[in-house]
Design a binder for this molecule. Structure first.
Ligand SMILES: C[S@@+](CC[C@H](N)C(=O)[O-])C[C@H]1O[C@@H](n2cnc3c(N)ncnc32)[C@H](O)[C@@H]1O
Length: 260
């Protein structure tokens, strides 16, 4: 069952539980008791349904926040505006299970070390606000940095912030729908969910000698060629893979002598 449906089920079951407890007189009267019971019930049911740990915290906060916001008597348009804003930022995260969080400048410097010395071509899968490609483009003006982002708001911000950087090119779209074969380095900072699929596409399309770098999320059941520990506060790990079987070893092919 998709996680969002499981969350909805936990909420509904918790309300039914509260209804049952209320009818049987086991629930103390009053709104605070009802809210607390529903929040605890939903969090407990989410554990029983096998949801990821962070859903517990969402369930614990959901109804108390809902009742808190209701008591503020906000105009209905405020909720619509908040929903619209969140939708523009997170867009298809409910489907892709890749939310927005950003690479930091220390990580960008570590990725710069992985670029070849010659002018190279990098693609950021899901480029967010451009927080990786913008500092990289300043560090390596001889290289070209591309990014593709699905969500409108981060894309618009990345476009605005990078508009004076001639070696940055950002597009709105889906990185599954584009070829990855032109790139020397493909960077991913996604989530554990798409990593097996990322590897399938990278190994089918990327050239020998190119590098796939995944921030924080390793490819399942595959030994990385290198793991880089970034000296930042969150202890970022960069998992590096050579999709086409390792760095290119250029063989010297002797020219055929013309026959006389
Ligand atoms: C964790 S953020 C990383 C942002 C940026 N790469 C960075 O390192 O700062 C992942 C981004 O990937 C985007 N995303 C997820 N799936 C995508 C897809 N199939 N095509 C394009 N963007 C996608 C999300 O909208 C999100 O903004």
């Amino acid at each position: 069952m998709p996680p969002a449906l499981r969350a909805l089920l936990a909420q509904i079951l918790a309300w039914l539980l509260c209804l049952g407890l209320g009818r049987s007189g086991l629930l103390p009267a009053g709104l605070p008791a009802l809210v607390l019971a529903q929040a605890l019930g939903a969090a407990g049911i989410s554990v029983l349904l096998g949801s990821a740990a962070w859903w517990r915290w969402i369930h614990l906060g959901f109804t108390p926040l809902l009742v808190g916001a209701w008591s503020l008597h906000l105009p209905p348009g405020a909720y619509l505006a908040a929903f619209g804003l969140l939708a523009l930022v997170y867009w298809s995260s409910f489907r892709t299970q890749v939310p927005l969080f950003l690479s930091n400048p220390t990580t960008a410097r570590a990725v710069a070390q992985l670029l070849p010395e010659r002018p190279a071509f990098l693609l950021d899968l899901g480029s967010g606000t451009g927080s990786l490609v913008r500092p990289l483009a300043r560090l390596r003006p001889d290289c070209r940095f591309e990014g593709v982002e699905a969500a409108p708001a981060p894309y618009a911000l990345s476009w605005l912030l990078s508009r004076h950087q001639p070696n940055v090119s950002l597009a709105r779209g889906d990185f599954w729908d584009m070829p990855w074969e032109r790139y020397d380095l493909v960077y991913a900072f996604l989530s554990p969910v798409p990593m097996a699929q990322v590897w399938a596409k990278a190994s089918a399309e990327m050239r020998p000698g190119s590098l796939l770098v995944s921030n924080s999320f390793p490819i399942p059941d595959l030994e990385p060629d290198q793991i880089i520990q970034v000296p930042d506060r969150r202890g970022t790990l960069l998992y590096c893979y050579h999709p086409a079987g390792g760095p290119v070893v250029r063989r010297h092919v002797p020219k055929k002598r013309p026959r006389h």
